[in-house]
Design a protein around this ligand. Sequence first.
Ligand code: NAP
Length: 339
Amino acid sequence: MITGGTGYIGAWIVKMLLEKSYTVRMTVRNKAKKEKYEKLEQLQEQLPGKLEIWEADLLKEGSYDGAAKGADAIIHVASPFILRFKDAKKDLLDPALLGTRNVLNAATRSGTVKKVVLTSSVAAVFGDNIDMAEQGLNEFTEQHFNTTSSAKHQPYSYSKIIAEKEAWSIAKQQNSWKLVVINPSFVLGPALNGSSDSESLNFMKDILKGRFFFGAPDLMFGFVDVRDVARAHIVALEKEDADGRHILAVKTMSIMDLTNMMKKMYGSKYKLPLMKAPKPLLMLIGGLFGVTPKFVKRNVGHKIRLNTTRSTEKLGLQYRNMEETILEMVEQMHKQKLV
Ligand code: NAP
């Protein structure tokens, strides 16, 4: 059973499972919204696996019990990845926390589920980029948990901490299934389904539409290809001895480094940033872009390093290079008329 299969990352996981002949029970919020999953149904016709669509909502207690009963494993991907919202509790925290509780309790009640793979994030590992220096670290590893985000400051990151911690706590209270957690950094790469609200797609749309033309913030992220993220979930599911958390990133770079790389690939085809935006200016006008002065202060200009050894050694992941990821993402966005 998989949750979040209509989303950017989830759709790739569903496709890979179908390629591997699995019967996939994909839960959707509303079965009537066929446009969210018809592409996957079409794909299934050419693939050896079987796709079943079940209805369930993160906020409806017990709604995953039907789909979980009889399933061997659950991949829990669904959770809002949005940075523009009205009410943090209602739009982000509740679906993340109550959803995790709901899905994992369904795993326990099923009597058949032996493994649960959870999509967490590096946002559950650290909050602000300054955390690394403040905590006297040279890098972030799977041992670290984000201690600086809250419902008010970086609520998306906070939603990922409370959801992952809840998952570990529920996992400890039972012994019928094992939990494996995937912690991707910022995900890029082609979308199978252009209708997703994922910030991954918004971020690339913003870059291509010239939103950072007069200056990009000196903001560092880890990046990873969506297909590598999907593969990590499949290995976590299939490998008997997979356990614990796994940070995923092929590279850590700033938005400016990323767009400079794109300048080499595309020349002047897009309105890519002319320069780095000065931090004092961002403190002043960040609000226009939806970021607070505190966010700017604690993130802009601060370096991060991510240790990804577990992903390569335990999951055997071989990362795609970023140029390929960008090329295929941009090409796909044109095909889907997103830019
Ligand atoms: P996405 O495309 O927006 O997918 C989110 C999925 O969650 C969608 O399938 C959505 O269903 C589902 N969902 C949201 N609220 C729900 C609810 N109340 N009930 C049932 N389903 C609900 O985002 P994504 O980028 O693929 O993110 C998927 C997961 O990866 C999230 O857990 C996110 O935190 C994590 N992650 C993402 C990144 C990244 O850079 N993209 C990085 C690290 C971790 P609908 O189609 O019905 O809206």
